[in-house]
Design a protein around this ligand. Sequence first.
Ligand code: FES
Length: 104
Amino acid sequence: MKDQVRSNWSNVALVCRKCSKKLDGGFGPGGGERLAKALRKHLSLKTGRKAAAGVLEVKCLGICPKGAVTVVDGAASREWLLVRPGADLDELAETLGLNASEHP
Ligand code: FES
């Protein structure tokens, strides 16, 4: 029986879906996108396990900051990030260790 599945993810970022919904956009070039989508687009990341990194929306993480989105870096899970609208996506990707191989 196969009990492992390989992925290409160098890291994974868990983005609170509920925070993202509450902000109703706030990220990306026109400021109209949700953080996870804007981040994936910015880094040309596909979805699924064959992408170079994972950016996943997850349910409420219990922080519920006002005017920000809670993000957990899978490789540094002891410090959670509260990302404000309009955040620099290059900087964020760098912090999250997401742009190692795919970023142009
Ligand atoms: S709504 Fe995002 S942490 Fe609760």
